[in-house]
Every structure is written in C-alpha cells, then in structure tokens.
Design a protein around this ligand. Structure first.
Ligand code: NAP
Length: 280
C-alpha cells in the first residue's frame, strides 16, 4: 500500500514531501534494495550527497522503480573540497553522471566552512546550475544566519532550504525561528539523533504509549508539527513504513513542549558546530 506524504512549498515554488529517506550508509546492491523499497511504499524525497559515495546507488534505485521521475525529489550536496566556482560546476555535473540523472531537484552546499571562506563562489555555481537546468532548487546545510545573510547580500539569491542537525536533544529553536522569518524551509538531519539514547527516552515513551505509537513516530510527528522536513534513514522496510505512518494523530501543545524541553546546549550528536566544524 502506498502512503501519501503531505508536501511543503519552498520559496521558489518547488514542493517537497515533509518526510524523505536519508541515505547515509545506504550503498551498493543492499542500498538499492532499501531505497527501492522506500520508493515503492511512498517515499518521494531521497537525500544523498557526493560525500556519501552513493549517488550511483540512488540513481540505480530510481531506474529500477516505476515511479515517474517528475514525482521524485532527489537531493545531493557539494563537498567542502570543491567549493570553488569551477570545481562546484564540475562536481554538480559529476553528481549527475554518477546518478545517471538529467537533473537534481535539490542541490545543497554541505557545510559552510567559514574558515575556508569560499561558500559565496560555490553558491554562485549553484545559482548558475539552476539557470542551466541542472538543478531545480538550491539550498544549504549547516549554515548559520550570518552565512545566509552573506549569500543574500552578495548574490541576491537566498536558499530554499537549510538542512541542519535537529532532534529533541538539539531543537534549534532560534535557528528555526530565523528560517521562518526569512521564508526558508528547515530540513532536519539525524531527526532520530541516529537512534542514540533518544529512542529510549522516558518522556517520549509516555507520550508514545498514550498515542499507541513508537518513540520514533512521536519524534517524527514532532518534526512535522514544528514545520520541518525530516529525512530519517532506515535500511529496514518495517522501520521505513513506521517512519511515514505519522499522519493519523496529533501532539497537543503540552506534548510538543515536553519534547522540545529535552533540548540541551550540548545535545549535538558529534559536537559538529557549523561555526568551526570542517568537512571536506
Ligand atoms: P537518523 O535518521 O536520525 O537515524 C538513523 C538510525 O536510526 C539508523 O541507525 C536506523 O537504523 C535507525 N532507525 C531509523 N528508523 C528507526 C525506527 N523507526 N526505530 C528505530 N531505529 C530507527 O540519522 P542519520 O542517518 O544521521 O540522518 C538522516 C539523514 O540525514 C542521513 O542519512 C543523511 O541523508 C542526512 N544527513 C545530513 C547531514 C548534513 O550535514 N547535511 C549530516 C548527517 C546526516 P536502520 O537503518 O537499521 O533502521
């Protein structure tokens, strides 16, 4: 049975489903089977990256599936080592060749790397790639408000999406509010905190029992009600179905705040602070 997933409008008119499939570590023929299974059950947004070395796996799953290309939303990301204008252009082309696709729906700068200070020229390459039809929508990951302000100031183009670490242990309240004020959609990476101790949390367990749902479903419903797109990764069909079966119940205000209050300043999974973290 295909599950219907609601959609969100981006500031450039493209729509994205509110839940997609994360694909970090989904590679090779097992990865193809996992992604194909997800497409068959209703996932339409697939999140990959040049650095995950699985754009080929994603492309193969798309070719094997019977879902029309125009219904899909495929994301990839530019790595830090290619953040110059020319390298960014050829990397986007290489990403397309690897997946054997004509276009990506969403292409993101993976990290701002402020010390390297080249994200403006990388952004210019994404702007041009969009003009040339290589990508439909462009955005960023892990950008702080000050980085996005610079993009806008120097190119007049703002991102449609900012994909950031977001889960109940790190709820990003200020950054989300800033996105909302600037009409940028928040996309949550590691929405389940990579299945760390968050999935044993007593507070969320009580809420889950009340609704007869799993802890993961409560967390993903929390993301949805916050207005964020989440991209949980699962290799398992059972957990993939579980993760998109969240549209038949509602968390009330008290429950939403109880979950949000689990956030703590050191709640990041691996302490990756975008102001200083570097990933090439
Ligand atoms: P995640 O989605 O929070 O968690 C994935 C882990 O949760 C896997 O171990 C998975 O195991 C398990 N899981 C999934 N659904 C579950 C469920 N219902 N119950 C119990 N366990 C469950 O972590 P993530 O993969 O780090 O983040 C999601 C995606 O975000 C990535 O795959 C990637 O696409 C993207 N990402 C982006 C950035 C960035 O810098 N832009 C950084 C990190 C991640 P099974 O596979 O065994 O189900």
């Amino acid at each position: 049975m295909i599950r219907e997933i609601p959609e969100i409008h981006l500031n450039d008119g493209l729509t994205l489903p509110v839940i997609g499939l994360g694909t970090y570590l989904l590679k090779g023929s097992n990865g193809v089977q996992s992604i194909l299974g997800a497409l068959n059950m209703g996932y339409r947004l697939i999140d990959s990256a040049y650095n995950y070395e699985n754009e080929g796996t994603v492309g193969e799953a798309i070719r094997k599936s019977s879902v029309p290309r125009e219904q899909l939303r495929i994301t990839s990301k530019l790595p830090g080592r290619y953040q110059t204008y020319d390298k960014a252009v050829t990397t986007i082309q290489e990403s397309l060749y690897r997946a054997n696709l004509d276009y990506y729906d969403l292409y993101l700068i993976h990290w701002p790397l402020p010390r390297q200070d080249t994200y403006i020229e990388a952004w210019q390459a994404l702007i041009d790639a969009k003009k040339w039809g290589l990508v439909r929508s462009i955005g960023v990951c892990n950008f702080l408000p000050e980085h996005i302000e610079r993009l806008e100031k120097e190119t007049d183009v703002k991102p449609s999406v900012n994909q950031i670490e977001l889960h109940p242990f790190f709820n990003q309240a200020q950054q989300r509010k800033w996105h909302e004020q600037h009409n940028i959609v928040t996309e949550s990476w590691s929405p389940l905190a990579r299945a760390n101790q968050l999935l044993q949390n007593d507070t969320i367990k009580q809420i889950a029992d009340r609704h007869n749902k799993t802890i993961a479903q409560i967390i993903l419903r929390w993301h949805y009600q916050l207005g964020a797109i989440s991209i949980p990764k699962s290799a398992s069909f059972a957990r993939q179905i579980e993760n998109i079966s969240i549209f038949d119940f509602f968390l009330d205000e008290a429950e939403m705040s109880q979950i949000s209050s689990l956030s703590r300043p050191d709640g990041r999974i691996n302490d990756q602070d975008p102001a200083i973290y570097e990933e090439f």
